[in-house]
Design a protein around this ligand. Structure first.
Ligand SMILES: C[S@@+](CC[C@H](N)C(=O)[O-])C[C@H]1O[C@@H](n2cnc3c(N)ncnc32)[C@H](O)[C@@H]1O
Length: 316
């Protein structure tokens, strides 16, 4: 069976770790193509147009954009399975039979009929967050927008620990255009000492990024400050900084705890820290880090969100 997977990010990495060994994938596909991923070739999308295949699994969260790109190249929905269907408001998976054959019925039912599916109108013309890329987690993005609207009188910079490809950072940049935006990431994946228990797909996928690509994706790169390398070492010199908004999205326990310890004491009154993956059963270290921090410093004022991966909004 000829199977292609669109994307070389964490969606594709998780797919390989959980259900579809890389040897069964004919090639990965990205817009431009590139170096191999998990030992398989990565071909450009335009090369796919002329090829026969049985199933194209779209592992990208950016389903709206990918759907448009496929349509423009005459690739219809009948052999396409959208893995991130639970994060979008449109049910794009018209035929799951082939996907069930390849991935198993249980897995496809879980993805295709997720209890987390968000079926709500996505945006109106008056809202700032709209357009392609905004549909991947409606609740997370709209909460960010609502919080940013309340920050006008709160002094301090914005920051994200765990930037990856800038998927969330670009919305922070759009919503807080005047603020300094510190971006902390190795841009080369997790600390190898900390990530020994993680799947190969997960760890390799997070290396597929670069600081330059992130800067190019930001609406206001002039205010971004890249702190490349392993946190918390990369926070050195910023001990006197104050923060109004922090996105903490480091996935693993020790890095998350280091982020809580660094940022929370430096947040202005009225500031918010968004702890991503707090309620994500696949990343239990995030909740453990929060529990350890609360054991050290007492219970925090926080509200859990019903977004895709269970963000906790910590209010200062
Ligand atoms: C899930 S990704 C971030 C996703 C991003 N916030 C988004 O919403 O699109 C996690 C990132 O954390 C980074 N990371 C984790 N621990 C780190 C550490 N100690 N120092 C630097 N980067 C770290 C990884 O390199 C990876 O890019």
């Amino acid at each position: 069976m000829i199977i292609y997977v669109y994307g070389t990010g964490c969606g594709a990495g998780d797919l390989v770790d959980e259900v579809l060994p890389a040897e069964r994938i004919t090639a990965f596909v990205t817009r431009e193509g590139g170096a191999s991923f998990l030992g398989r070739p990565v071909i450009p999308l335009d090369e796919l147009s002329g090829r026969e295949f049985d199933l194209l699994i779209v592992a990208s969260r950016d389903a709206e954009r990918v759907e448009r790109l496929l349509r423009e190249r005459g690739i219809g929905p009948d052999k396409v399975f959208y893995l991130k269907n639970h994060t979008v408001c449109v049910d794009r998976n018209q035929s799951c039979e082939r996907a069930k054959e390849v991935l198993g019925e249980d897995y496809v039912n879980r993805i295709g009929c997720s209890e987390r599916l968000i079926r709500v109108p996505l945006w109106t013309k008056t809202e700032r967050i709209s357009g392609e890329g905004s549909e991947n987690d409606y609740v997370r993005l709209k909460t960010l927008e609502a919080i940013c609207r309340r920050l006008s009188s709160v002094p301090g910079a914005a920051a994200e620990l765990g930037v990856y490809r800038g998927g969330f950072a670009r919305w922070i940049s759009a919503l807080l255009p005047e603020r300094t935006l510190y971006l902390f990431d190795s841009f080369d994946g997790f600390d190898p000492i900390e990530s020994t228990g993680e799947g190969k797909g997960f760890t390799e996928a997070h290396k597929n990024t670069s600081a330059d690509a992130v800067l190019a994706a930001l609406p206001h790169p002039e205010n971004a400050v890249i702190r490349r390398g392993l946190f918390p070492q990369t926070a050195q010199g910023l001990e006197g900084e104050r923060f109004a908004l922090v996105s903490l999205d480091a996935d693993l326990e020790e890095s998350t705890l280091a982020g809580l310890r660094f940022f929370l004491p430096r947040m202005s009154a009225g500031a918010c820290l968004l702890l991503h993956d707090y309620d994500n059963p696949k990343l239990g270290g995030v909740k453990r880090a929060l529990e350890r921090y609360e054991a050290e410093h007492g219970r925090l004022a926080a509200v859990p969100l019903c977004d895709v991966n269970g963000t906790l909004v910590i209010a200062v």
